[in-house]
Write a protein that binds this ligand. Structure first.
Ligand SMILES: [Zn+2]
Length: 260
């Protein structure tokens, strides 16, 4: 099995053509025709994760976030991005990113969050034109209605969030939940229009919280936290497809944010 075989499987999971224009999903470094010795999966392709892959005999690292987003004019190791690229090439560990294309498919990042919360009747929150099953975010309903505060506690536990930052809670029970892993504020209007009671996402800024306007509860659980189960999704998917080598989750927690 070569890296190209793995790439083909990943493209079947989430076609790179569904990535957003600013994204850089796909193979970022190394030769696609090299035989695979093992795959490591992670959210971020930092140097530490690449060294973890090397230590465990994996010569391919599949991450959600691409380490390289824009052009590099020199690669000397002066930033964490350049150091990751250097380590990848030096140790021949191919970097492959499956980012907004995995956000935009119906069985991707947001389906995994929905599954974690036990949501039913899920559908894409903001489908792309002419493509019902491709688009941003997901919306579904809870198994049964919950009091808002009870839901937030449930959310915190299920998503292993250190902190949940949220807007004003209504008195009545809630049932409809919209989710978007990572930076989802661009979907707030869609979540409100779809009559979601709660919008679970990350990367909210102070002034953006005002946009809730008592029409919805914004619940910010943290970027890493919202996407962490994507690692499991990728590991399960790849280990189902390939049995001749190991597919390992990185032991490195790449979340750059801690809570006190
Ligand atoms: Zn992300």
């Amino acid at each position: 099995m070569t890296r190209q075989d793995v790439i083909q499987a990943l493209e079947a999971l989430a076609n790179p053509q569904y990535q957003e224009s600013y994204d850089n999903s796909g193979l970022i470094t190394c030769d696609p025709n090299t035989e695979v010795t093992g795959i490591m999966v992670s959210l971020d392709a930092t140097e530490e994760v690449i060294l973890d892959a090397k230590e465990k005999g994996c010569n391919m690292l599949v991450s959600h976030h691409p380490i390289v987003f824009s052009g590099l004019k020199s690669i000397t190791g002066k930033t964490y991005i350049e150091r990751a690229v250097l380590a990848s090439i030096k140790h021949d560990i191919a970097l492959y990113a499956i980012h907004t294309n995995l956000d935009n498919v119906a069985h991707g990042v947001n389906a995994r969050i929905s599954q974690q919360l036990g949501l039913k009747n899920t559908r894409i929150l903001s489908p792309k034109k002419d493509e019902d099953n491709i688009g941003s975010g997901m919306i579904g309903t809870l198994q049964k209605p919950m009091q808002p505060l009870a839901f937030l506690k449930f959310l915190k536990e299920k998503m292993q969030a250190g902190v949940v930052r949220y807007t004003r809670l209504p008195d009545q029970e809630i049932k409809t939940i919209a989710v978007c892993g990572g930076s989802g504020s661009f979907l707030l209007a869609d979540a409100i229009a779809a009559k979601a009671d709660v919008f679970v996402t990350a990367d909210y800024k102070y002034h953006q919280f005002f946009d809730a306007e008592n029409r919805i509860i914004i619940a910010d659980i943290g970027h890493f936290e919202s996407e962490q189960y994507t690692i499991d999704l990728l590991q399960h998917y790849l280990s189902d497809k390939f049995s001749t080598f190991a597919v390992l989750k990185t032991a490195v927690v790449t979340n750059p944010v801690s809570y006190l």
